[in-house]
Write a protein that binds this ligand. Structure first.
Ligand code: GLY
Length: 559
């Protein structure tokens, strides 16, 4: 561990010291870095930048330099911002990039190897955030990540398992092989993982800022590796990449304001559709466990996924106003058609998607001034495209979030439309769903999750549990979840979610069901009477040998 104080003592220190905020991430060293930055007087954006780089070192499965994400920020004055630093399709991308000669999609091509890599936005995104809103010097924020890479950290059980289960393809990559499989053996739990190449790369970014990812050695390395590996990245892609400041997708929900992600994320539209649709049903009266509630929620999410898949993509691709999808008349008519005892099958069948991989990662941060960041960041698949830049960081396979051939399924079983076709310079449609809930003018919750399309249903259900069913923050996070996305036509549920009677009732409605071990890995912060309560998803607490990472309550901030 990098810092002398343990997370616990630091967290306790936070709880005792007025107004320093809270951090929840999926990795203990990264959380500690965030807390240290807050303790040094950094604001939520400073902590975000430090955590983002730390995760690239200590959570290579999803944390990234070679990927991108979304940063939702509500500043101390109550103004909300959305920074899109998602990957874009390279300039040389064409609509047939992932099709064979017969015009059929080749899944492997958009998932593994350099051809699957979109132009990464992580460093330009963090740089932009710092330029606009940072307080501490940029260099100070990258220093902890550089040290973690240089001195090393202990591999946890979860990382070791993931490498074993999802990282094997990296053996074929000349850089990744040496980093993750020294002596031809995967890194094991408790191994000290040092990454000197990555440390040098971060040092370069510390010194040169975003310019280190616009041109120079790091970019040369990626372009050459891409060309050698059948990819299409060129120097101009890195020189031209720009993060985009977009209008926050915000809406009212039962007297509170929900700040959410606009396109190219489907998050805001999905949440607004489902929350509005449910508002007029007896859902709350029936209760959380009633099969009618489960059915009606599944029907509502399924309908929202149908819209997502039919209509959403990069905003530049749209030939209509996306607000049409949250038109109240449109949603009222949907509400009327939702059955609480009936199952609406999709128009066609597809096989079940592969078991959930928790690709992507989310972290939540609040600072002592009351500013909040909800940041979801990704390489897309586990270890992205399973290739590593010569600079020692894993590259994304975000191109698989485009519809390679509109009408066919991607790795999550999502079937999408022409609006999400591969177009040079466009961003692929995302399910990443960072959220900030504002009540009485104050941040009340900061929520987000990884999990492909299950991000949307996981975030939704934490909000419903907390606000519609009035659960405590801990109970809302622990409440069992389920997921229904139209295609495939299953309602997937966590073990504790359904008892025999509920299952029988759902089957009697005609609803096919399927067990899934876990859904989501939500990292969230809630306002409570006694202060902030930061909670990492209890689904992963106590996973062997790995310390979980939420800072307990800090004191309530002034706003
Ligand atoms: N790559 C995951 C997402 O953007 O939804």
């Amino acid at each position: 561990m990098l810092f002398a104080p343990t997370l616990l003592s630091l967290a306790l220190g936070l709880a005792q010291t007025s107004g320093q905020g809270a951090v929840a991430t999926s990795q203990v060293d990264a959380t500690e870095v965030g807390l240290q930055i807050l303790a040094q007087g950094g604001n939520a954006i400073d902590a975000t930048i430090a955590v983002h780089f730390a995760l690239a070192v200590t959570y290579p499965y999803a944390g990234n330099i070679g990927g991108g994400g979304f940063l939702l920020y509500r500043d101390a004055d109550g103004e909300a911002w959305f920074l899109d630093f998602r990957e874009v399709a390279p300039a040389a991308a064409t609509s047939d990039l992932y099709l064979d000669e017969a015009g059929r999609p080749v899944a492997e091509a958009s998932q593994v190897g350099w051809k699957a890599v979109g132009v990464p936005g992580a460093v330009p995104g963090m740089w932009e955030a710092h330029q606009r809103w940072g307080r501490l010097p940029w260099s100070d924020l990258l220093k902890p990540a550089e040290e973690l890479a240089r001195r090393g950290y202990r591999i946890g059980a979860r990382e070791a398992n993931r490498l074993e289960n999802y990282g094997q393809a990296m053996r074929k990559d000349p850089v990744a092989k040496d980093v993750f499989f020294p002596n031809d053996q995967a890194l094991q739990m408790d191994d000290l993982f040092r990454q000197p190449q990555l440390a040098d790369s971060i040092a370069r970014m510390r010194e040169h800022g975003v310019e280190a990812m616009r041109s120079g050695d790091l970019v040369d390395g990626m372009v050459h590796a891409s060309q050698a590996g059948g990819g299409i990245l060129q120097h101009e892609d890195f020189a031209n990449y720009q993060p985009i400041l977009r209008e926050v997708w915000s809406f009212q929900w039962d007297g509170r304001e929900v700040l959410a992600a606009p396109l190219p994320s489907s998050g805001g539209i999905f949440l607004q559709q489902v929350l509005f649709t449910l508002e007029g049903t007896p859902f709350r009266v029936w209760g959380f466990e009633d099969p009618r509630s489960i059915q009606v929620l599944g029907e509502a999410t399924s309908a929202a996924f149908r819209d997502r898949n039919a209509w959403l993509g990069d905003p530049s691709s749209l030939d209509f106003d996306p607000h049409d999808l949250v038109d109240t008349e449109y949603l009222r008519s949907r509400r009327r058609s939702l059955g609480s005892h009936t199952y609406s099958p999709p128009s066609r069948k597809l096989p079940a998607p592969p078991i959930e991989h928790l690709e992507t990662t989310h972290f939540s941060i609040v600072d002592g001034d009351g500013a909040a960041v909800s940041c979801t960041t990704t390489l897309n698949g586990a270890y992205g495209a399973k290739v590593m830049a010569p600079g020692g960081f894993v590259m994304n396979n975000e191109m698989d979030d485009f519809a390679a051939l509109p009408g066919t399924a991607n790795q999550y079983g999502l079937v999408q439309s022409k609006y999400n076709a591969v177009v040079a310079g466009y961003r692929p449609l995302s399910s990443m769903c960072p959220v900030i809930v504002v009540e009485n003018g104050k941040v009340d919750a900061v929520v987000g999750s990884p999990g492909g399309p299950t991000i949307l249903t996981s975030v939704l259900q934490v909000l419903l549990a907390r606000y519609d069913f009035h659960m405590s923050p801990k109970a809302a996070m622990a409440a069992p979840r389920f997921h229904r996305q139209d295609l495939p036509p299953l309602l997937q549920y966590e073990t504790e979610r359904l008892n025999s009677a509920q299952k029988e009732a759902l089957r009697s409605f005609g609803q096919p069901i399927e067990l899934r071990k876990r859904l989501g890995d939500v990292n969230a912060i809630f306002r409570t009477k006694s202060g902030w309560e930061a909670i990492a998803d209890p689904r992963y607490s106590g996973s062997a040998g790995e310390v979980r990472n939420s800072a307990p309550s800090g004191t309530e901030t002034q706003q």
